[in-house]
Design a protein around this ligand. Structure first.
Ligand code: SF4
Length: 377
């Protein structure tokens, strides 16, 4: 497959996901292959597993237990490849390698916590953790409509707050298995000073001291006092995400009622300051595709963000497992067009997602923004 074909296939998989027949789960379990439907709660896109194309391109594929969502089905495993079948075209859509869970998921930390409750491996080698699993917006009824951060706490899959020592121990275990070459740290927003940004500082210092070669990514909400961004950098963060998710102000109020209190110009001040502190191509913002039309205003906003030097991490919004979808499924051809445009705009403005040192953009599991950049060369 050439770069454009990879972009096309990955975009379709990100939008549609794949039907996984429950009988197949049992069948493979008997062969020791833990297939499962993925995370049911937590930060970031849920309910999926990581797969690799033959060229090692990573994709986070939603796995559905009913085939109403998608015409793609997971088929038999031939050698190391799972076949993805297209029921409409009646052919093999792609052949993918399942990324297995790391062995440390069966181990505990020295204070007796299951390591998989402290951090998980996203993709092949990105250690990801939610350092604080609660969010002030959930408490006041203004949670983002697509967010599942507290669900994994409610279903016992994680703990509320991770300590620097626990995270360093789990990172050591992941590094030993070659399953950690960078890390994503995220957190719920808190009512404290700095909205929880300071909770990162001790963790960053500990991880940087114990594992100096592992680049670290943090995600925050825009802050009035930009000094916090400097503190995160000096504590050891290498890249940062400040996520706007939606451009349209009315839709921000609808889908992210709490975060919509943060004015747009505060995002811009944080983005430009973060670029000064972290450097070129080290600042990203999540754009959740499917919540708003890709109309002229959207495109203007997208180009503006890219012109500031920010990487637009465009990822299709994904329903939370066991919850009613908040919007209809996104047509993948529309998203493909958007990726092509974003790739061209990044080229025109000298923004290069391939240079992002740590975190979501480097991992790339949930977005085809890097493939778009490569495909428009
Ligand atoms: S891009 Fe990678 S690190 Fe980020 S949420 Fe997706 S899988 Fe996790």
């Amino acid at each position: 497959m050439d770069d454009y074909q990879v972009l096309e296939k990955k975009t379709e998989l990100l939008c549609k996901g794949v039907y996984l027949n429950p009988d197949l789960v049992t069948y493979y379990q008997k062969q020791g292959i833990n297939l499962g439907y993925g995370r049911k709660g937590g930060a970031g896109p849920l309910g999926g597993r990581y797969f690799l194309f033959k060229d090692q391109t990573l994709v986070n594929v939603a796995l559905w237990d009913s085939n109403e969502h998608t015409n793609l089905s997971l088929g038999v495993k031939k050698g190391e490849f799972f076949q993805v079948l297209d029921r409409h075209q009646n052919n093999v859509f792609a052949e993918l390698i399942l990324v297995n869970n790391p062995r440390f998921y069966d181990r505990k930390t020295s204070d007796g916590i299951e390591m998989k409750k402290i951090a998980l491996v996203h993709g092949v080698d990105c250690l990801a953790t939610t350092i604080y699993q609660k969010c002030a917006y959930w408490t006041c009824g203004e949670a983002c409509k697509f967010c599942g951060i507290q669900l994994s706490l409610e279903n016992g899959a994680t703990i509320e707050e991770k300590t620097p020592e626990q995270l360093s121990e789990v990172m050591a275990a992941a590094i030993k298995e070659n399953r950690c070459s960078h890390a994503t740290l995220t957190s719920g927003t808190t009512a404290e000073k700095g909205k929880g940004a300071l909770r990162y500082v001790q963790i960053l210092k500990k991880l940087k001291k114990d594992h100096p070669t592992i680049p670290l990514h943090v995600q925050i909400e825009p802050l009035k006092d930009l000094e916090y961004i400097n503190e995160l950098k000096s504590a050891g963060a290498d890249t940062i995400g400040i996520h706007i998710e939606i451009f349209n102000e009315n839709l921000r109020k609808r889908f992210t009622p709490g975060k919509a209190h943060v004015p747009r110009d505060q995002f811009e001040r944080n983005w430009t300051h973060a670029l000064d502190i972290f450097g070129k191509n080290q600042v990203e913002t999540f754009i959740l595709a499917g919540l708003e039309d890709f109309n002229a205003d959207f495109i203007l906003n997208l180009e503006h963000v890219i012109s500031l030097g920010i990487i637009p991490f465009i990822t299709p919004v994904r329903p939370i497992p066991s919850k009613k979808p908040i919007v209809p499924p996104l047509n993948y051809e529309r998203l493909l067009k958007l990726y092509e445009l974003a790739g061209t705009l990044m080229k025109n403005h000298g923004v290069n997602p391939l240079e992002f040192k740590a975190g979501c953009v480097r991992c790339g599991g949930c977005s085809a923004i890097k493939e778009a950049y490569r495909a428009v060369s």
